[in-house]
Design a protein around this ligand. Structure first.
Ligand code: HEC
Length: 144
């Protein structure tokens, strides 16, 4: 019985990893890097280092752009949230979850980037992470 449960658990975990990895398969990292430079670098930093003092709130209560490298918290989120955050922007995403009145400096890219563009940018960001961080982020994705 223990063996069976273990096998089942591993199987579910394996499924989750396969599903998470699926979002990154076949992505165009070179295109993602160019899109990043054009659309994201001004706020998140040319080297994904984030804005200076990104932990200190701005006067209006919003926050400066955090890094997308391993020192930030981008990798704390699952693929779906990263995608929705980029597509909808901070305020629309929070509003969709019933949280209003929060100031966010993160614009939505639904009008300027296609879904494939967004996945390519996110795949480029992910490609800069060490394997350990990639594994931790993959584990954030719900099993499928
Ligand atoms: C005008 C500045 C600006 C631009 C341009 C911008 N961002 Fe952001 N972004 C922010 C700010 C500020 C935050 C911090 C969270 C908030 O205030 O909602 C953020 C947060 C995020 C988050 C959530 C990260 C986390 O750890 O919570 C993601 C993902 C993200 N941005 C992706 C992108 C991508 C991809 C691009 C380019 C396509 C981009 N951003 C362009 C300002 C910007």
């Amino acid at each position: 019985m223990t063996r069976f449960v273990l096998a089942l658990t591993l199987c579910l975990a394996g499924g989750g990893i396969a599903w998470a990895a699926h979002d990154w398969q076949g992505r165009d990292l070179a295109a993602g890097q160019i899109l990043y430079a054009e659309h994201c670098a001004a706020c998140h930093g040319a080297n994904l280092e984030g804005a200076p003092d990104w932990r200190t709130p701005n006067g209006d209560g919003s926050f400066p752009a955090p890094p997308h490298d391993a020192s930030g918290h981008t990798w704390h989120h699952d693929n779906a949230l990263l995608f929705d955050y980029t597509k909808m922007g901070g305020e629309a995403l929070l509003a969709a979850r019933g949280i209003t009145g929060v100031k966010s400096g993160m614009p939505g890219f639904a009008d300027s980037l296609s879904d494939d563009d967004i996945w390519n940018v996110l795949a480029y960001i992910r490609s800069t992470w060490p394997q350990r961080i990639k594994d931790l982020q993959e584990a954030r994705n719900p099993p499928h």
